[in-house]
Design a protein around this ligand. Sequence first.
Ligand code: ZN
Length: 150
Amino acid sequence: MTALRELYQEVILDHNKSPRNYGRMENPDRKIDGYNPLCGDHFTLFVKLDGGIIKDISFDGAGCAISKASASVMSAAVKGKTIAEAEELFKQFHALVKGEIDASENLEELGRLAAFSGVSEYPARVKCATLAWHTLHTALTSTEYRTSTE
Ligand code: ZN
């Protein structure tokens, strides 16, 4: 088994069993619904901002293992980051699951995000993996209430 495949299984299992930052938030600055109709993944993202920094983030909802693990990993990755840093991570993640960057050459930089590189082989799954990130993007760049992968 390759290191990436091992990482994939470990991250998906771990983050489904004990998702990070899971639950609703009182008085969030942004509350956005994200929906992936292809798979039925549906999450609500809660964000607290403080001077351009993601001070707190949480999510609830339900979806397949990939979408849930991705939401969990995303929340842990962007917590405490600036909006600009989070947007940069979103770009990297998007390129990763589209197969546009080689995860095995950027393992250190990507950390647990690299686990999702295998998704690039399954186009239908790319939307599951990116749902939470698209929802975050909407939360950070607009005051829109709802986002969808479609
Ligand atoms: Zn899904």
